[in-house]
Design a protein around this ligand. Structure first.
Ligand SMILES: [Zn+2]
Length: 330
């Protein structure tokens, strides 16, 4: 049986493109893309992706272990599953991406950029995922895109929900996220070029981007930190019941303003090392860009993904407000 991660990192093609064991049938679809289907029916079609940012290694290792257990028959498969290592060439180089951030190129945004490995990969992944969901015999479709963040965070594990016109999210998915140790959710307020926005909007999947902790090089991850999500994924694909919740309810945030970098004069008014979900109060100055200053508008706002070194024209941070959990259910 081949090692899916090693195969992906070597750029080789497996000798056999499909096979089976007592429980499942697998099909290798492209570098870093493997489809697994239970022999005895399923009720969910699930896409699990990692390595959309090539240096976010822990979730890649997590999915590699899951696939290995499935292929070796150590775990039962109860769902139709597509496992994706998003950006193999960036994974090989240990980089976030080669030329363009792959997670901005979905929903045909790749058409607006010169051809490069990432634009081609975005088009290929869109096609493969669309085909996977089109062939599904169930409407219960899920996609979790697994990431790790660059900076420390007040919430160790959090989810980014893609924008939905009606703003209503699947309760089953939200319950699963809670059980899997996700502490907070951030609702995106606008369409975007992310992988989960694509699967949510164009494949009618319940999708969420998961930030699971801090990124480290291959082999240096403390996978214990990922125990809850690992159990969560196992329960999802093998149909095992999860332990009852222990944790507090998830906190829910929505984006209230973007810190947009307009010129090279842009500077943040706090240290670069600040943690995600640090709270600011009304009137605090967040950033300056020449004559413009960004200020906290609401009584409290929380910062997410501040990064002053992006190119002018791009987003240098998001400001969040807390909203009641019930707002997710419409
Ligand atoms: Zn990422």
């Amino acid at each position: 049986m081949f090692d899916f991660l090693q195969m992906t990192l070597s750029g080789r093609v497996p000798q056999e493109h499909s096979g089976s064991n007592f429980n499942l049938r697998w099909r290798w679809l492209a570098q870093g893309v493997l489809q697994l289907e239970p022999l005895h029916g399923y009720r969910k079609s699930v896409v699990l992706s990692a390595g959309i940012h090539g240096n976010e290694t822990a979730p890649i290792e997590l999915l590699a272990a899951l696939v290995s257990d499935l292929l070796h028959g150590k775990r039962r498969l109860k769902v139709r599953l597509l496992v994706i290592f998003g950006n193999p060439s960036a994974m090989i180089n240990g980089e976030r991406y080669n030329q363009i951030d792959l997670n901005r190129l979905f929903c045909r945004h790749y058409e607006h950029f010169p051809k490069c490995p990432e634009t081609e990969r975005a088009a290929q992944l869109e096609a493969l995922v669309t085909e996977f969901f089109n062939q599904s015999k169930t409407d219960h479709r899920l996609h979790f895109d697994l990431h790790t963040a660059i900076r420390e965070s007040h919430h160790q594990r959090f989810g980014l929900l893609p924008h939905k016109d009606k703003g209503i999210y699947s309760r089953t998915m939200l319950d699963w996220l809670h059980h899997a140790g996700i502490e907070a959710l951030v609702i995106n307020q606008a369409p975007s070029g992310t992988f989960t926005y694509f699967t949510s909007q164009y494949c009618q999947a319940d999708s969420c981007t998961l930030e699971l902790g801090k990124a480290r090089p291959f082999g240096q991850n403390d996978l214990n930190q990922f125990a809850l999500i690992s159990q969560g994924l196992l329960s999802l694909i093998s149909g095992i019941n999860l332990l009852p919740d222990a944790a507090e309810p998830m906190k829910v945030y929505r984006v209230t303003q973007e810190l947009k970098k307009i010129s090279d004069q842009f500077c943040l008014n706090f240290p670069e090392s600040i943690k995600n979900f640090t709270r600011f109060s009304a009137g605090d100055i967040l950033a300056r860009d020449g004559e413009i200053s960004y200020q906290v508008q609401q009584p409290d706002e929380w910062i997410l993904f501040p990064n002053a070194s992006v190119r002018p024209g791009l987003r240098a941070g998001l400001m969040l407000v807390q909203v009641p959990t019930a707002s997710l259910y419409g």
